[in-house]
Write a protein that binds this ligand. Structure first.
Ligand SMILES: *Cc1c(COP(=O)(O)O)cnc(C)c1O
Length: 457
């Protein structure tokens, strides 16, 4: 068969864009375990969940059966402003690596928020608006989720209240100003606005906050204010569902040229981009139609899949959220302060955790200096300045391509390039100045954290 010339960028036409999200749970024999009410130990009901989350999103969260969930026209219209995102053939990287492997990456950094998070933010804002709510609350760590949600809320004219981990609030003033440009109110957490924030400030004077604490504040702010709900940017089933747009576009673009990947790689924090990228491929795998290697890449400093326990745990440090069954390092686990960039979450999406547990995917962990080496290597040949999170996937893709150089195998590698790193230059600076350290938790530290897991099942 004649080899068709593959362009540098494979774009889809607007009419080739997905009209429905793909719900991988419908094809899973072992469904992800349900969220549990920490007070009763019983599965959270739709009614209980809808006090915190928007009604339609609760329905999506609990939907294990519908394979396709239509994307409302309003969301598809917004997607059209920045999607389809390109699937790029990394010709320059292949050449520099001198590898017979063919490398493709799906680039999600082409919107102002700079990452894939906008795909779910716009959906969540839409359902909040449709329910007639006044606004939403959330937390943000590094700031990508807060930025994406601010943009989405501005579009639907919703109030957006972001609790930003205090240390990031102070260290990332530009992120904060982008959010305020889109009309969000940004509060450093722990704040004095909420009971939980005041309690934490009193107990730990001068604390610079944590993601777990910001979640607790955002949940309180939503549940004590009329017309507000809480929204979350990763981990939840609904977020993976929205992010399936990444995988559906990737698959459609590959299919256009008859390309079948051997291995699909993505970075894993809470699991939303990876879950979204792999969903349609995983579906084929689950239905026994095709086989792919699927690899999750996580930081060695926060290794939930590779070294965590598969158990019920709290989703937040404040223990106000439902319990989720997942690979976890324990809700009290806090990654080393020198860990740069995101991917700091102690747990992992229940869907991905179940798939990993059942042997449908692999996981590797990489130390951060190797991640930044890969980031720089990639920036210098492919032109894009990658986010540190995304660079975990770059590292693993490069390692896979180097293996192909040894074996001569012409593998096709697809990886998710989730975003750009313009707001992460302090981390890049540390790397360039030789001041970046690799921190890997000891078994003793992890055991100590596992000891705090709730005793369930
Ligand atoms: C938030 C983020 C991630 C990690 O989150 P997941 O839910 O695991 O996808 C990865 N890359 C970028 C650029 C992000 O902003």
């Amino acid at each position: 068969m004649a080899q068709q010339e593959i362009p540098y960028k494979i774009y889809l036409e607007e009419n080739e864009m997905p009209k429905a999200w793909y719900n991988v749970r419908a094809d899973m024999k072992n469904k992800p375990a349900p969220l549990l009410n920490p007070a009763t130990g019983r599965p959270m009901t739709a009614e209980e969940l809808s006090g915190v989350f928007c009604r339609e999103l609760v329905a999506q969260e609990l939907n294990d059966t519908d394979r396709e969930i239509p994307i409302p026209q309003e969301i598809r219209d917004f997607y059209r402003m920045y999607r389809p995102s390109p699937l790029v053939r990394a010709y320059c990287l292949e050449k520099k690596l001198d590898t017979p492997a063919k490398i493709y990456y799906k680039f999600e950094g082409n919107n102002t928020s700079g990452s894939h998070k906008l795909n779910s933010a716009i959906a969540q804002a839409y359902y909040a608006k449709k329910q007639g709510l006044r606004g939403v609350t959330t937390e943000t760590g590094a700031g990508q989720w807060g930025t994406a949600l601010s943009m989405a809320c501005a579009y639907f004219e919703l109030d957006c209240r972001v609790y930003m981990v205090k240390v990031s609030y102070e260290q990332k003033p530009f992120r904060r100003e982008v959010m305020r440009t889109y009309g969000a109110s940004v509060t450093p957490s722990p704040s004095m606005d909420t009971a939980v924030g005041r309690a934490i400030n009193e107990r730990f004077p001068g604390t610079t906050g944590s993601l777990g604490c910001a979640i607790s504040e955002a949940v309180e702010a939503a549940t004590t204010r009329e017309g507000y709900r809480y929204v979350l940017g990763s981990v939840l089933n609904q977020v993976l569902l929205h992010q399936s747009v990444i995988g559906l576009e990737t698959k459609a673009a590959l299919d256009k040229y008859g390309i079948v990947p051997d291995v699909i790689i993505g970075c894993a924090g809470g699991g939303s981009n990876l879950g979204g990228l792999i969903s349609p491929f995983m579906g084929e795998k689950l239905r026994g139609e095709r086989d792919y290697r699927i690899v999750a890449v996580e930081p060695a400093s926060c290794p939930s899949l590779t070294r965590g326990r598969f158990a019920y745990d709290f989703c937040d440090t404040g223990k106000v959220c439902p319990l989720a069954k997942m690979y976890t390092l324990g809700s009290g686990f806090i990654p080393a302060p020198n860990h740069a960039g995101g991917l700091r979450y102690h747990g992992m999406s229940s869907i991905l955790s179940q798939l990993y547990h059942d042997g449908y995917m692999e996981a590797v962990s990489v130390p951060q200096t190797q991640v930044f080496e890969a980031a720089e290597y990639f920036a210098r040949c492919e032109g894009i300045l990658p986010a540190p999170e995304s660079s975990h996937a770059i590292r693993a893709a490069i390692d896979e391509a180097l293996k192909c150089r040894e074996t001569g195998k012409e593998e096709t590698i697809v990886f998710g390039l989730t975003g750009t790193g313009y707001f992460d230059m302090v981390a890049y600076e540390k790397f360039h100045d030789g001041k970046m350290e690799d921190y890997i938790p000891t078994d003793e530290e992890l055991e100590k954290s596992f000891a705090g897991l709730p005793q369930i099942g």
